[in-house]
Design a protein around this ligand. Structure first.
Ligand SMILES: Cc1ncc(C[n+]2csc(CCOP(=O)(O)OP(=O)(O)O)c2C)c(N)n1
Ligand SMILES: [Mg+2]
Length: 819
């Protein structure tokens, strides 16, 4: 083992402190040091044992924090109550060090224990190494955050933690600088909370990393970013990942010139240098917390003793030299050397700690396995008892005995084995409906399916009292002389009222601040409510959304704006991977009620007319998707959403802001329920289902169709998620027996979704006398200008012809072919 080269912490680019501090300037007792040593070894043993569990078939996959233990101990020492983490799968040591993970819980996650008590981070839903603390109580309300240490819920996509991290840091800025937020004492103490980020060296190659760092520097928020640098991203070394192979070197331009200047503090410290790490984190967190200066700590020379994950072995791609360098620089061995050389402990003491650590992990692992497996065995035994009884009653078939015996003798059954066997057995005795044994099995199966639905399918959406379906409907009221205004003014009045009502609401986005967004729904509101409430951002859709997610997690009510629907693509990944699945992946442990506001459908050209609703519907389950046809409906949705605790996307009609609408007297109070279509025109021959800007076109076509004697019922679905919860459309088809789904998406996009919902989900196929038709835009993006629009998107003539064709098929005499 090579000797430690220096007792001096390796700090570079530091502007706030000397670089020649003595080893461990931070006052730590011998107990502190030995506890850290114990925890480091427990963590190592957990990694070693975890890998074995996977190879023994007790878990499906494993990724571990071995080789990253020591810097995490140092980070944990700087992490205080109220702070938040957004990190990745290597952070087990940190999570245990801050007291938010036990080793038993660690193994529970490895085994995928679906019991939230056993595995509080994800309820067995995420792979191991996906950490989270429970931020909500059993009713789905936020717990106080300032007296605990908090972690947002990890996701697998590399660098996906970055946008949310920015938002969590941004919340501290708002809590410190906006006096109206002072009453929110359960979320912040004067904005003192630091958002700690962790990321692997290779993942810094992702665009989101750079976007988030730049934004943090611009915003000057308390974001403390650590890069765990082990030189690799799976098998691909730094040469392929990072210019100059050093993230700190290439980010040097972010370094601030001095106190009070804009920019970052950047530190570089070796990952095996315990003293240097502890001191660095203390200094870094202090400046970050006090001055709201973002910090980057580049932790170098880390290793991966077991390679990347259980999917492969690193001997395949690391040279012998590299492997022996890694062994020599293993941070645990280095820590041991340092404790001995500094006289903090004897060999015997450290040996005993290492031994105890191994034993502690064994105990935790065994307990976790029993807690996971015993209930399954009990479920299996219960099922087998019922099945035996059924066989006794009815079964003579060998096949049945075989099925039950297989389940009985399976040494490691899973829940699917139990349910699968019961379903297959019931299939075999389907004619024995009167057998009591069969009925008992069926009842039990139903119970198991319900339990497993809770385990595996619950919490896609909020189940709290503020869930969207629980928000009371308040109808709009109109004064007799209600002013008729440009539609954007309806929104402006709605936002104005809500901003007055709730100080936690704020809006950010490109051009949202000074000019009040490109269509001026926020016009004048920055002047009225200040720059912290209505705020311009850089052009960075992904982190605009992330800023909202992180702030919403910390009790604020952000409205983040994506200037045009076409640019939502930049943010869809994070909306899908982070926001939409947040409740689900924590089994109701976290929520981020973020509203994403955007505008789309019809305007001009390839990048300002998009209506990629299919893409949205396919990727954002877990969010609500509102497609209001005008600004009054949009205002109703904002009023509802701002009172609920669920995330949603609201797509306003780009071509609707200058149309005239009447302002309701209760413009900030009336609420529009989601999932309730509106019948815009009653008719008897055929139903046309549509939404958004197409409503006006379909209404126009319906008037033309009326002239030739065809009576069209026009339905605006209003929200695509949720979709027509009361089956209003099926009821309409009961009457008309014919349906056209029309929108501006590509063929097979949201029209196909609506068709599936109505025919399959609502079973309305039974009412149809004609083929259901979908009328969508052309499969390409819309071409520029009015002719481009006419020939790219469905127009009134297209709607007319589609409906007419259907009616002509039904009654060719009355409706002879046009063409
Ligand atoms: C967006 C995305 N691409 C690829 C992957 C697959 N993947 C998981 S971890 C990883 C390497 C990450 O390396 P690094 O950031 O250095 O972290 P380390 O595992 O080395 O600590 C890759 C490519 C992923 N999870 N997400
Ligand atoms: Mg790496």
């Amino acid at each position: 083992m090579p000797a430690r080269t220096s007792a001096i912490p390796t700090l570079a680019f530091m502007s706030i402190a000397d670089t020649a501090a003595p080893a461990l300037a931070t006052p730590l007792t011998k107990d502190d040091l030995l506890n850290d040593y114990r925890l480091a070894w427990e963590s190592r043993h957990a990694s070693l044992a975890g890998r074995k569990e996977v190879f023994m078939g007790k878990a499906k996959f494993g990724i571990f924090g071995d080789g990253k233990e020591v810097p995490q101990l140092a980070m944990a020492r700087a992490f205080q109550n109220g702070d938040f983490r957004a990190g990745y799968y290597r952070d087990q040591t940190f999570m245990v060090a801050i007291g938010q993970l036990t080793w038993q819980q660690y193994f529970a996650q490895l085994y995928a224990n679906p019991d939230v008590e056993a595995e509080p981070a994800t309820g067995g839903r995420a792979m191991n190494g996906h950490f989270a603390t429970r931020l909500l109580d059993d009713d789905g309300n936020f717990l106080p955050q300032t007296n605990t240490k908090n972690s947002s819920a990890d996701i697998s996509p590399t660098a996906g933690q970055m946008p949310r991290l920015l938002g969590m840091a941004y919340a501290s800025k708002l809590y410190r600088q906006n006096p109206a937020l002072q009453p929110f004492t359960e979320f912040s103490v004067n904005g003192n909370e630091v958002a700690f980020g962790t990321i692997g060296n290779a993942s810094t190659s992702e665009g989101m990393f750079f976007e988030a760092l730049n934004a943090a520097g611009v915003l000057q928020v308390p974001m403390l970013m650590s890069v765990w640098d082990d030189h690799y991203g799976i098998s691909v070394p730094a040469e392929y990942q990072t210019t100059k192979q050093s993230i700190s070197e290439i980010l040097m331009g972010l370094q601030r010139e001095g106190e009070g200047q804009p920019g970052f503090e950047i530190f570089v410290v070796k990952g095996w240098d315990y003293a240097g790490l502890v001191d660095t984190y203390q200094k870094a967190a202090a400046v970050c917390r006090a001055q709201h200066v973002p910090v980057l700590i580049h932790v170098t020379e880390l290793t991966q003793p077991q390679g990347h994950s259980t999917s492969g072995s690193h001997e395949r791609y690391k040279s012998k030299d590299r492997l022996s360098w890694e062994e020599a620089h293993d941070c645990l061995h280095k820590l041991r050397e340092w404790l001995l050389s500094e006289g903090h402990a004897s060999e015997g003491e450290l040996d005993a700690i290492e031994k105890d650590a191994a034993a502690a992990i064994k105990t935790a692992r065994t307990a976790a396995w029993s807690a996971f497996f015993d209930p399954i065995k009990a479920e299996r035994d219960e099922a087998v008892a019922l099945l035996d009884k059924l066989l006794f009653d009815t079964g003579t078939e060998n096949k049945l005995h075989e099925l039950v015996d297989q389940l009985k003798s399976n040494p490691t059954p899973i829940r699917a084995d139990i349910v699968r066997t019961m379903r297959r057995v019931l299939r075999h005795v389907r004619t024995e409906k009167r057998s009591a044994g069969r009925r008992a099995v069926q009842r039990h199966l139903e119970q198991l399916l319900a339990e497993n639905a809770d385990r595996y399918n619950s919490f896609l959406y909020s189940q709290s009292e503020q869930a969207i379906g629980n928000i009371e409907e308040v109808k709009p009221r109109y004064a007799a002389d209600a002013p008729v205004v440009d539609a954007r003014e309806v929104l402006q009045a709605c936002f104005d009222a809500n901003f007055q009502r709730d100080p936690s609401i704020f809006a950010i986005g490109e051009d949202v601040g000074k000019i009040g967004d490109v269509n001026q729904a926020f016009a004048g509101l920055q002047d009225k409510f200040g720059e912290l409430r209505v705020t311009d951002t850089g052009i960075r859709e992904c982190t605009i959304v992330g800023q909202g997610i992180g702030a919403a997690l910390r009790g604020l009510r952000p409205i983040t704006e994506i200037q045009y629907l076409d640019y939502l693509l930049y943010a869809v990944q994070i909306l899908s991977d982070d926001l939409a699945c947040l409740q689900y992946r924590t089994k109701g442990g976290q929520k981020a009620p973020l509203i994403v506001r955007t505008r789309g459908h019809r305007l001009e050209g390839i990048w300002h007319s998009g209506s990629p609703m299919g893409m949205i519907l396919h990727s954002l389950r877990g969010m609500h998707v509102c497609v209001p046809r005008d600004m009054t409906q949009a205002a109703g949705f904002y009023n509802t959403l701002l009172r609920s605790d669920e995330p949603a996307l609201v797509i306003e009609c780009l071509n609707g802001y200058r149309l005239k609408e009447r302002i309701p007297a209760n413009v900030g109070e009336f609420t529009l329920p989601l999932g309730q279509p509106e019948i815009l025109l009653e008719g008897s021959d055929i139903t046309v289902v549509t939404y958004g800007s197409m409503c006006r076109i379909v209404l126009d076509a319906a008037r033309q169709l009326a002239e030739v004697g065809i009576s069209v019922e026009v339905i605006d679905v209003q929200t695509l998620l949720p979709f027509d919860t009361q089956h209003v459309i099926a009821d309409s088809l009961r009457k008309t027996s014919r349906v056209v789904f029309a929108d501006e998406d590509v063929p097979g996009g949201a029209t196909a979704f609506m068709l599936q919902q109505v025919l399959d989900e609502q079973e309305a196929y039974r009412f149809l006398d004609s083929q259901p038709r979908c009328l969508a835009a052309q499969p390409h993006r819309p071409a520029y200008s009015s002719d481009g629009d006419y020939f790219s998107k469905p127009n009134a003539e297209d709607v007319f012809d589609t409906v007419y064709e259907l009616m002509s098929e039904v009654n060719p005499e009355r409706f002879p072919d046009i063409y």
